[in-house]
Design a protein around this ligand. Structure first.
Ligand SMILES: O=C[C@H](O)COP(=O)(O)O
Length: 258
């Protein structure tokens, strides 16, 4: 399956810094067999869409749960499509644990986004406390169920073609404390197995499961070698064009390991 790397710029940047980042991204060399996506803050999406190479697709960092209307401060999926977005990141730990979005709300957003033809980067991952209590798999499976379980129509294979699962252990996000390749691989295998048992063997074998949490230019190659790590969702290191390119190009380590 094709390697997938997303850069989540989170709530960072100014018109000027984003212009520099776009110019850097336009000049780096990216391996051809990788899907590359960046997620700027909403207000800069248009600027990025108009200046970034078409080689890189645009994602939003969030979307409203349904059709737009009287929802102050929200951005609808229809508006994201209108402005050229192809993806939406949903269920990110910062939205779960800082903003307070719950499984049900996130699951409904995913269903609506997919129904409108956009792809979903569906984030899951456990807190440090949950890992220490041995609940990592339970937490991830519960979050997977919310993305998939209540919505029988989502079991259709075409919908799953537009889903990338991002495993992001919360304790590794923005902390500099990356999961070991073995820790990440273990969870990716478990999530793939969950898909096999709860959706289908076909979906399990073709759905990208990417890792996020302190990925950088120095650790990406080792992580990429793991069989079930199909790419990355990158925060801090995606704000530096050349380092982000190194992470995208970690696909070459995967090819060597295969
Ligand atoms: O969406 C990206 C993740 O939250 C990872 O962020 P990070 O690479 O800064 O740890």
């Amino acid at each position: 399956m094709q390697f997938f790397v997303g850069g989540n710029w989170k709530c960072n940047g100014t018109k000027e810094s984003i212009s520099k980042l776009v110019s850097d991204l336009n000049s780096v060399k990216l391996e051809s067999d990788v899907d590359v996506v960046v997620a700027p803050p909403f207000i800069y999406i248009d600027q990025v869409k108009n200046s970034l190479t078409d080689r890189i697709e645009i994602s939003a960092q969030n979307s409203w749960i349904g059709k737009g209307g009287a929802f102050t401060g929200e951005i609808s999926v229809e508006q994201l499509k209108d402005i050229g977005c192809k993806w939406v990141i949903l269920g990110h730990s910062e939205r779960r644990h800082v903003i307070g979005e719950d499984d049900q709300f996130i699951g409904k957003k995913a269903a609506y986004t997919l129904s409108q033809g956009l792809g979903v980067i569906a984030c899951i991952g456990e807190l440090l406390k949950e890992r220490e209590e041995g609940k990592t798999f339970d937490v991830c499976f519960q979050q997977m169920k919310a993305f998939a379980g209540k919505l029988p129509w989502l079991y259709a294979v075409p919908s799953w073609d537009n889903v990338v699962i991002a495993y992001e252990p919360v304790w590794a996000i923005g902390t500099g404390k990356v999961a070991t390749p073995q820790q990440a691989q273990e969870v990716h295998v478990a999530v793939r197995d969950w898909l096999k048992k709860n959706v289908s063997a076909e979906v399990a074998s073709k759905t990208r499961i990417i890792y996020g949490g302190s990925v950088n230019g120095g650790n990406c190659a080792e992580l990429a070698k793991e069989e079930d790590i199909d790419g990355f969702l990158v925060g801090g290191a995606s704000l530096k064009g050349p380092e982000f390119a190194t992470i995208v190009n970690a696909v070459t380590s995967k090819k060597v390991a295969a």
